[in-house]
Ligand binder design. Structure first.
Ligand SMILES: *Cc1c(COP(=O)(O)O)cnc(C)c1O
Length: 466
């Protein structure tokens, strides 16, 4: 019978985007190395029943966690850290630790560039911290002077990215860390996506600006092992410059009749699975292996970046420093959402990003080692998709519908009204998603951010109804 169950699971998984082969340019990271998946799966299975809640009961997990943190420290600096479930948890803990280090500040705030990952907005929302979002420069890089001006006596944390998810640019970390340090404020570098690849790119001679703990004033950093360390999902590391800074991240409660609950992260019971899988993958790939993977991904990035520049009608946004590219339309004669649909039809997933402040609608590409050697195929299909989108013409949203949507107040809509709207937008019912998303994305793009959030959450709620 187990075989039947697995066959059923396999059939379900066949409907997903491919996680290997480089055809899905967001969400997934493929080293392309043979044997890594099998090793990770075996290690995961060996430790998934063990519980990181009590490291004295499961010393193997303690040992592996210290090994992972030591590996991150060797790459980025810092003195101590924690293994978390992912980038969002690492970012949230950095905000929590900063807030709780200052109980005397009654209305704490975090200063971040508008390009910071939404994980920090989530942290602020969960932990009652105010967000001071600071505009970025024309190249989507944080502006140190504007950030300095935004720091006040309520600021508990300053955040910058290395690189930002949306545009792949590294913020001017030394300048920002200096202003934070001058005001005695903590400074977090979000290297969730760049932390395991930028150091290797630098070794290859790529122009990587300073971003890690060698920069004076950096007090914490996040790096996701389930991104460019090519580990299975569920592992990130939050590093601190020293143990004193980490203390306020921890939680203890002896005020109940059960075991004294001691938590280093947001989780309490913690599976040993992702930890052991990451530990095994890191050991197996090793420093030389990551250097080789970084060389592969850098070749792929350069080839794709150059090739995109040659496709009539496309332009790369900003001046990316890493392995992420955001591609915008150079003119109004075609629709990027249609390009994404055309890519999907050709077997590629590229991620649409809506316009936000100075950032126009664009397509996000997370390039990984598995893209090496397939750049021509990607670029050929990208060019063909633009040609098809151009032939189809821009997606026109009915003026009346757009005006109707723009006038809606997301906070006073009833569930029934939301259901009606979703149906009108093509997101209704149990039929699932339509093949072509361009008309829906074009309509969503006309909705103010707050309404888009509410609409998509209603949609999610409908999806998650068994
Ligand atoms: C991916 C990412 C995060 C959030 O990480 P998750 O693992 O998705 O929770 C935060 N910051 C940056 C820059 C990221 O790329």
């Amino acid at each position: 019978m187990p075989d039947d169950v697995l066959a059923e699971l396999k059939a379900l998984r066949a409907g997903d985007l491919p996680t290997h082969g480089g055809r899905t340019l967001a969400y997934v990271y493929d080293s392309g190395l043979a044997g890594v998946d099998e090793l990770a799966a075996s290690a995961h299975a060996m430790a998934s029943s063990a519980n990181g809640l009590d490291p004295t009961a499961f010393p193997s997990l303690l040992r592996m966690e210290n090994d992972l943190v030591a590996a991150a420290i060797a790459l980025l600096g810092g003195e101590v850290g924690s293994v978390t479930s992912g980038g969002t948890e690492s970012c949230m803990l950095a905000v929590l630790a900063a807030r709780d280090a200052h109980p005397e500040i009654s209305a704490p705030s975090v200063v971040l560039p508008v390009t910071a990952h939404a994980a920090f907005l989530k942290a602020a929302h969960f932990f009652g911290v105010r967000v001071i979002a600071v505009p970025v420069d024309a190249g989507f890089r944080a502006d140190p002077e504007a950030m300095a001006a935004a720091i006040d006596e309520t600021t508990v944390l300053v955040v910058a990215s290395a690189p930002s998810y949306a545009h792949g640019v590294v913020d001017p970390i030394p300048e920002i860390a200096a202003v934070a340090a001058a005001r005695g404020v903590r400074m977090h570098v979000d290297a969730c996506i760049g932390g395991w690849v930028l150091p290797y790119l630098k070794r290859l001679g790529a122009p990587v600006p300073p971003f890690d703990f060698r920069v004076p004033g950096v007090t914490s950093m996040s790096v996701d092992l389930h991104k460019y360390a090519y580990c299975p999902k569920g592992v990130s590391v939050l590093l601190h410059a020293n143990a004193a800074l980490r203390r306020s991240q921890y939680f203890a409660s002896a005020d109940w009749p059960g075991y004294t609950m001691l938590n280093t992260t947001l989780q309490s019971t913690r599976s040993g699975g992702p930890l052991a899988a990451a530990w095994a993958v890191l050991r197996h790939i090793g420093d030389d292996g990551y250097a080789k993977l970084a060389a592969d991904v850098w070749d792929a990035v350069r080839a794709i970046r150059a090739g995109v520049g040659e496709i009539d009608g496309l332009r790369v946004l900003g001046s990316p420093d890493s392995t992420l590219l955001s591609i915008a339309a150079a003119g109004p004669d075609f629709d990027l959402f249609t390009v994404a649909d055309e890519m999907k039809a050709r077997g590629w997933y590229v991620q649409p990003q809506f316009a936000h402040l100075s950032s126009p609608v664009n397509l996000h590409l997370t390039i990984t080692a598995a893209n090496r050697g397939h750049e021509k195929e990607f670029l050929g299909d990208f060019a063909a998709s633009v040609a098809a989108a151009r032939a189809a013409g821009p997606v026109v949203v009915d003026e009346n519908v757009a005006a109707f949507v723009a006038a809606l107040d997301p906070d006073s809509l009833t569930p029934d009204q939301f259901a009606g709207l979703l149906a009108a937008a093509g997101l209704g019912g149990a039929a699932g998603l339509p093949e072509r998303m361009a008309p829906i994305n074009a309509l969503l793009a006309t909705a103010p951010a707050r309404l888009r959030e509410r609409l998509l959450l209603e949609f999610l709620g409908a999806l998650y109804t068994p």
